[in-house]
Ligand binder design. Structure first.
Ligand code: SF4
Length: 301
């Protein structure tokens, strides 16, 4: 067996205690008992207590095995993962109701093996959650469907409140960081078509920094993403999954001041909301609070 990779020394701003407490334990039990996976737990997210305590949770739906193998991602890979659980929409709707979540982020693996790449199942999950929890906001963090617009539209027809798709990294690094079926331009087209198809639905994306990108490349990515009509951007530090030798090493730990500067540069490009910091993840409480407030204001108007 290959020895585990040595843990890199983390800079002081990246050292935090993982969250615990009775509410966190209760929410973990509620999701585990139905075989559902929260990304918050799987990724040992340091923002978990803040999000769950504030009524936000992120669930990974359609299984925990992906047909792709991005080099930053700790999700398991297989050519033919098990079929999606037909009971998942109902289980998810009930679990989110019990958790009294106000804002749910649903994310998913890629299912290149399924005829519709899982679009129908994702739409069923969104509809079931909305039927059971009419006041709940749903952000759907979806895959690229290899550029098939009809599949993207199938999911959007279920009316998620926010559509997210992650560009993940700058264009030059995409072939190294992401699976070969993914593409920087393909991801921009997902964001662009989402906005064209439903102009009133906010769109959101995320970039990881610390993978070896230059400042100029980050600024170009911000321009490209904004030009695709994207409303919200989050930027955070890439961290290699613990103990892994198979994932990309961290190229650099970006200082919080640098994140703040990139945040300002993004705001200057006209994004509605920007979150940029070492612990910012694609699902991030501050961005979700902003979106919730905006959706409520829109409903009231
Ligand atoms: S497509 Fe998404 S879930 Fe699949 S390996 Fe890449 S990042 Fe992970």
């Amino acid at each position: 067996m290959e020895p585990a990779a040595a843990r890199p020394t983390l800079p002081p701003w990246l050292k935090v205690k993982l969250p615990t407490g009775p509410r966190v334990a209760r929410l973990k039990d509620a999701s585990r008992s139905r075989g559902l996976a929260t990304v918050c737990e799987e990724a040992r997210c340091p923002n978990l207590a803040e999000c769950w305590g504030g009524g936000t949770a992120t669930f990974m739906i359609m299984g925990e095995v992906c047909t792709r193998g991005c080099r930053f991602c700790s999700v398991d890979t297989a050519l033919r993962p098990p079929l999606p659980d037909p009971e998942e929409p109902a289980k998810l709707a009930l679990t989110l109701k019990e958790m009294a979540v106000e804002y749910a982020v649903l994310t998913t693996v890629c299912r290149d093996d399924l005829p519709d790449q899982g679009a129908g199942h994702l739409a069923s999950c969104i509809r079931a959650v909305k039927d059971a929890n009419p006041a709940m906001r749903i952000e759907m963090l979806l895959q690229d469907f290899r550029g098939e617009r009809k599949l993207l539209e199938t999911v959007m027809d279920a009316r998620p409140d926010v559509v997210a798709h992650n560009v993940e990294c700058v264009e030059r690094l995409t072939a190294t960081v992401r699976d070969a079926k993914a593409g920087y331009r393909q991801s921009l087209e997902v964001l662009r078509h989402s906005k064209i198809y439903q102009p009133g639905t906010p769109t959101k994306t995320s970039l990881m920094l610390g993978l070896g990108e230059t400042e100029e490349e980050v600024l170009t990515a911000l321009d490209d993403i904004r030009e695709a009509g994207t409303d919200i951007i989050t930027m955070g530090q890439y961290l290699r999954p613990t103990g892994s030798r198979h994932h990309l090493p961290v190229h650099s730990f970006v200082h919080p001041d640098e994140f703040a500067r990139f945040g300002e540069l993004a705001r200057a490009r006209g994004f509605l909301f920007v979150a940029s910091g070492p612990f910012v993840r694609s699902s991030y409480r501050a961005a979700e609070l902003f979106l919730k407030g905006r959706l409520e204001a829109k409903d009231a108007a």
